[in-house]
Write a protein of this length. Structure first.
Length: 420
């Protein structure tokens, strides 16, 4: 959730994007609800979550179809109804009405049902994984938008300080206490601060546009009254999450189980099915009837489904490899997440101390400059140091929020929900 303050050629592009976003969303701009509430609203409006629900419905439909039995075949056959000699006409015609049912052997239906249930379970776990990832991404976008809004505030404050410095420099120049070069330097600082503010506004518009698109909100989100930055200082548990309980690992495990079930399905398909028929035959010559019955089965001479069995076994090997990779990744992410969260604690504390020191240094430098004891360059340097310190504090707070959200994703829960 860190943000890098870019300068240079991107500035014009970002300013243009800001203008477009402002014009597009001005008519329907809305403040964002708290993160937990926005996440609840996104459960029904976010396209990514709708896709996951559709995948569950698809797997459920296929599982239901897997249990369907084969339809019987009904037939009517007429023999000897036309020809030459004694078969001329229809006096010797024979009509047979029959019904044929194919019986699946080798446990085909049971294997399909088990595979269908495994696919449904895998789809549900993938939906849980997608939900945890979405909650993380939404938190990232939410904090990013709030951070961009805070950068606009910092840039506005920096511009105000630069203008104050320029007014003081101008007054000292007019009083003959400073060379005109100092006024030019101060005005250049004002222009730079104004350009930084324009860039920060452009980044803010882009961040709020991304948050709106991700959440699926009906209107353009324009502000965040109750954000996440206030929670950056909250203490969080440093206990490592269980890697084997992470949504990614559980989804990979379900995929592996589904792949194993598909092997069973392909193996049962190699067993021939038996078709049984029974019917009634009527003889036109003397109006007599007779029962007929029979059975048939394919002879597995050429096709024993070996290719599909081999393909299913390869799918299982790939699923097992993905499961092992997911386990290793989950273990690494759990350890790294705890270490990252602990490091962000120290970084945020140091950043806040640095900001307080920079603020005091700027205050004392201004007093010294106005009293004629320090040069303007000292004031400009102190102001830049203060701006950098404030930006570092914001970056540290966003980084800590990101570490908390990452651990929540590993645990399969939404970050920043109900706070203790």
């Amino acid at each position: 959730m860190t943000s890098h303050h870019r300068r240079g050629p991107l500035r014009a592009v970002l300013i243009g994007a800001s203008a477009v976003a402002v014009c597009a969303g001005a008519a329907s701009a809305d403040p964002a609800p708290p993160y937990a509430e926005l996440l609840r609203q996104a459960q029904t409006s976010a396209p990514r979550l709708a896709e996951a629900r559709a995948e569950i419905a698809r797997a459920t439909g296929l599982a239901r179809q897997a249990g369907a039995r084969l339809n019987p075949t009904v037939g009517v056959e007429i023999e000897n109804f036309s020809g030459s000699g004694p078969y001329k006409g229809s006096d010797l015609a024979e009509a047979t009405a029959s019904i044929e049912q194919t019986l699946e052997l080798g446990g085909k239906r049971e294997a399909r049902l088990a595979a269908g249930r495994a696919e449904v379970d895998a789809a549900k776990l993938r939906a849980i994984q997608a939900g945890a990832q979405f909650a993380f991404d939404l938190a990232d976008a939410y904090a990013g938008a709030e951070g961009a809004d805070r950068r606009v505030q910092l840039a506005t404050e920096a511009l105000s300080l630069a203008e104050d410095d320029a007014r003081v420099a101008t007054a000292l120049v007019e009083a003959g206490r400073e060379a005109d070069l100092r006024r030019v330097q101060a005005l250049a600082g004002v222009q730079a601060a104004r350009a930084d503010l324009d860039e920060a506004r452009a980044v803010r518009a882009t961040a709020f546009g991304q948050l709106t698109a991700l959440s699926g909100a009906p209107g353009q989100i324009s502000s965040i009254p109750n954000g996440l930055l206030a929670q950056a200082d909250r203490r969080a548990s440093l206990a490592p999450p269980d890697p084997l309980a992470s949504p990614t690992y559980l989804a990979a495990q379900a995929d592996r189980e589904a792949a194993a079930r598909r092997i069973r399905v392909e193996r049962t398909r190699a067993t021939p099915d038996l078709s049984v028929s029974v019917g009634l035959r009527k003889f036109q010559e003397d109006e007599s009837t007779a029962m007929v019955a029979g059975f048939s089965a394919p002879f597995p001479l050429f096709d024993r489904n070996r290719g599909n069995i081999s393909a299913a076994q390869a799918e299982l090997s790939a699923a097992e490899a993905r499961l092992e990779a997911a386990r290793l990744d989950a273990q690494a992410e759990a350890m790294a997440g705890v270490a990252r969260l602990g490091a962000t604690d120290s970084r945020l504390i140091a950043a806040r101390e640095g900001e307080r020191a920079a603020d005091e240094a700027y205050r004392l430098t201004r007093i010294g400059y106005e009293g004629g004891k320090l040069a303007l360059i000292e004031v400009l340097n102190a102001r830049r140091a203060l701006a950098d310190a404030r930006a570092q504090t914001l970056d540290a707070a966003l980084e800590r929020l990101g570490a908390q959200a990452a651990l929540a994703r590993l645990q399969g829960r939404a970050p920043f929900g109900e706070q203790p």
